[in-house]
Write a protein that binds this ligand. Structure first.
Ligand SMILES: [Zn+2]
Length: 233
């Protein structure tokens, strides 16, 4: 095969290889879940934490209120029992009882508030969970097709890597270097096909001398406008 044709073929391999590489990166980015799904997962997590927190507050208020009820009953029994006769002690007991009752009433309020809030959050959490499950189910199908395609693309990637390694064996290092240099600077296209009397990449018309050089010269002939390697089929 003529050396320029080999370079042109290498470019076809590299273009296909790069396309597959981009697709693999894209699939890998997708594979964790859609933006909508990730957001729904996060929201459900936050709602669950809020719900657990408010339920804990409710339990604490209830448990504190229960132990206070026992202490109130004890103090009440003491007061009614008639064993305490000292007026100062009686007054202190009475005052402590009142204070405990006020505290108990505040705890009851807090418990009820927490319960109402927990019910609200519970409904919200249930709705979010349901929406999330629907998204997860929908995503599972997509995930499967992403995984399948990833396996396929990775095989193609490895195959082309091998094809490329074989292809460059017969290309002279000097040509290869020029090719890589141009590919890096000319948007991935180092070799341009001649199209009639124009460069196939930048479409500028080429001088007659250049065209005949492309057809005859064993050296690389570059487009006078864009600097790419010209290739005549
Ligand atoms: Zn050109």
């Amino acid at each position: 095969m003529n050396p320029i044709a080999e370079l042109y073929r290498l470019q076809e391999i590299d273009t296909a290889w790069e396309k597959i590489r981009q697709r693999i990166l894209q699939l890998q980015k997708f594979s964790g879940g859609s933006g909508q799904l990730l957001k729904a997962r996060e929201q459900a997590k936050v709602a669950e934490a809020e719900l657990n927190d408010i339920r804990k507050q409710q339990r604490e208020a209830e448990s504190e209120a229960n132990s206070l009820t026992e202490r109130i009953q004890e103090a009440d029994a003491l007061l009614m029992g008639g064993q305490v006769r000292n007026p100062k002690e009686l007054e202190a007991l009475q005052s402590s009882l009142e204070s405990m009752r006020r505290h108990k009433s505040a705890l009851d309020d807090r418990g009820v508030e927490a319960m109402v809030k927990a019910d609200e959050l519970g409904v919200k959490f249930a709705e979010q969970t349901e929406a999330l499950e629907a998204l997860e189910t929908e995503w599972a199908t997509k995930q499967q097709s992403i995984d399948d395609e990833l396996v396929r693309r990775k095989k193609e990637y490895a195959y082309l890597k091998n094809v490329r390694a074989q292809a460059i064996k017969t290309i002279s290092p000097k040509f290869l270097e020029q090719y890589e240099y141009l590919r890096g600077r000319k948007n991935g296209i180092a070799v341009a096909k001649l199209e009639d009397d124009s460069c196939g990449a930048c479409h500028m018309q080429l001088p007659v001398g250049v065209i005949s050089n492309v057809q005859r010269s064993p050296d690389l002939v570059l487009c006078t406008a864009c600097g790419r390697i010209l290739y005549a089929e």
